[in-house]
Design a protein around this ligand. Structure first.
Ligand code: FE2
Ligand code: FE2
Length: 471
């Protein structure tokens, strides 16, 4: 069990005080992180007391502490799950050999790029969501937003710790650059597309935490298998925190569906927009958007990079132990590829299809929540059902990019796509309508018109607790 140092300038369980050089380097990065947080973190709420959870260790029973804290005073720390004794590489060409405690020279560039790409998404999402607090549907939701934001900040710390500790001068430079890129900036944007659009209303926030944080979960699961053991330990603990982010997304969407279904049960032809509610066809268009851009984050369906990461032991499949064999040399995965005639099935060597393997597991996991949403509709006697669109729909990365498909995955012409786009994706008028609903509700226990109240509160507190203090 690692020793937890909570009273240090940087709380940690990595014995930071025993490595003076590293400690000094991270202590020099800390004020830069704080000035980034003050500039780019939640706008207008930095002086409020918020009921937040803070990681104080990695023990499954007592890893978090809940209390009121001003966000700039939040104790961002470095916490890694305990190493597994005698851990062995679980997949690829190095199967069965001891895991690496240092970065092998030949994999340095690739590992650095993977860590930087993961690290970049963390501050990016905070930047995307920085104005969201102004339209919060309740204090409970406002608190959950800030909880997600401070933990994405901690995930940045997790990646910066790896960069500083294992990648020398290049790592320190990358850590600086992580604070310099800005979501949506024309000259210096964040690395991945989905992290460059602002999220300024809560329907998108809930779908982002449902779909895009779930991509994060699957990337972390794949990296948790890595032969680079410090990366595995770091990502395993990040997954503990990530679960709450997806809970926020899932229950947020569920409460929207619940609210609309409750009204439709009583009055099947109610004018939902007149009542300030979110209609299900509009919700479906937003779902189509966030699901499809989250699928892009997995990379191309057929990828020689993915094959070489797997071969080298750098990035595995989610929960590698669930797979029967770990070389992935003998099997193939069928993938439908666009061609002149429409689509043809191609049997792709499994290693080259690793992005697609991860994406399909992600889709199954995404479907589980959609089934829950539909059970609410069914119970209310509402006919509408939400569906995940085909993975070919609205893609900008991978083999479907540059081709047009409808939500069922049928090939269509570019003209049909242009004509029908607003049936399938949020239109300008959808966006204007959703924006018009975002009036802040900050009285304890009150919630906005378009969402049902939460069923339970946070950490044993009631739903109407004053989670963010407004004096
Ligand atoms: Fe994160
Ligand atoms: Fe997250």
């Amino acid at each position: 069990m690692s020793r937890v140092e909570l009273d240090e300038r940087i709380p940690n369980n990595v014995s930071l005080s025993s490595d003076r050089r590293l400690q000094r380097a991270l202590e020099q990065w800390q004020p830069k992180f704080l000035s980034w947080w003050n500039e780019m973190g939640p706008e207008g709420f930095q002086a409020r007391d918020v009921y937040l959870r803070t990681a104080i260790g990695t023990d499954a029973r007592g890893w978090a502490h809940f209390d009121f804290v001003r966000m700039p005073d939040y104790r961002w720390g470095i916490f890694l799950a305990d190493p597994v004794p005698d851990r062995r590489i679980g997949f690829g060409d190095e199967l069965g050999k001891p895991v690496w405690q240092e970065v092998p020279g030949e994999h340095r560039t690739v590992l650095r790029r993977l860590i930087v790409t993961q690290g970049d998404t963390e501050p990016a999402s905070v930047e995307q969501q920085r104005r969201l607090g102004h339209g919060c549907p309740s204090l409970y939701d406002l608190r959950n937003l800030f909880q997600v934001n401070v933990e994405e900040g901690r995930h940045l710390w997790a990646m910066v710790y790896l960069l500083h500790t294992y990648f020398g001068r290049d790592g320190r430079e990358e850590a600086e650059a992580l604070l310099q890129r800005r979501s949506g900036d024309a000259d210096n944007p964040r690395i991945l597309g989905a992290f460059n659009a602002p999220i300024d209303e809560w329907l998108s926030f809930f779908l982002f935490t449902y779909f895009t944080d779930r991509d994060g979960k699957f990337q972390l699961l794949a990296l948790a298998e890595s032969a680079f053991d410090p990366l595995s330990c770091t990502t395993r603990f990040m997954l503990t925190e990530e679960a709450h982010h997806m809970f926020v997304g899932e229950t947020g969407v569920l409460r929207i569906v619940q609210r609309t279904a409750d009204v439709l049960r009583e009055r099947p032809d109610a004018d939902l927009h007149k009542l300030g509610l979110i209609d299900l066809a509009l919700l479906q268009r937003y779902l189509n958007f966030w699901y499809s851009i989250s699928l892009d984050l997995f990379g191309s369906e057929i990828s020689s990079n993915a094959a070489s990461y797997f071969a080298a032991g750098i990035k595995g499949r989610a929960r590698e132990e669930h797979h029967a064999e770990h070389l992935a040399l003998a099997s193939t995965l069928d993938i439908e590829r666009p061609c002149e005639a429409g689509l043809r099935v191609e049997s792709v060597p499994l290693r080259n299809a690793m992005n697609e393997v991860l994406r399909r597991e992600y889709s199954e996991d995404s479907q589980r929540g959609v089934d829950k949403f539909n059970r609410v509709l069914e119970a209310a006697g509402v006919d509408f059902r939400l569906t995940l669109p085909s993975p070919r729909f609205h893609r900008e990365q991978g083999i479907y990019a540059g081709h047009c498909f409808d939500p069922r995955g049928e090939p269509i012409s570019p003209a049909e796509w242009r004509a029908r786009r607003d049936e399938w994706l949020p239109s300008a008028s959808d966006r204007a309508y959703v924006a018009s609903l975002m009036h802040p509700v900050t009285e304890p226990g009150k919630v906005a018109s378009w969402i049902a109240p939460p069923k339970t509160g946070i950490k044993g507190r009631p739903p109407d607790y004053e989670y963010v203090r407004f004096d």
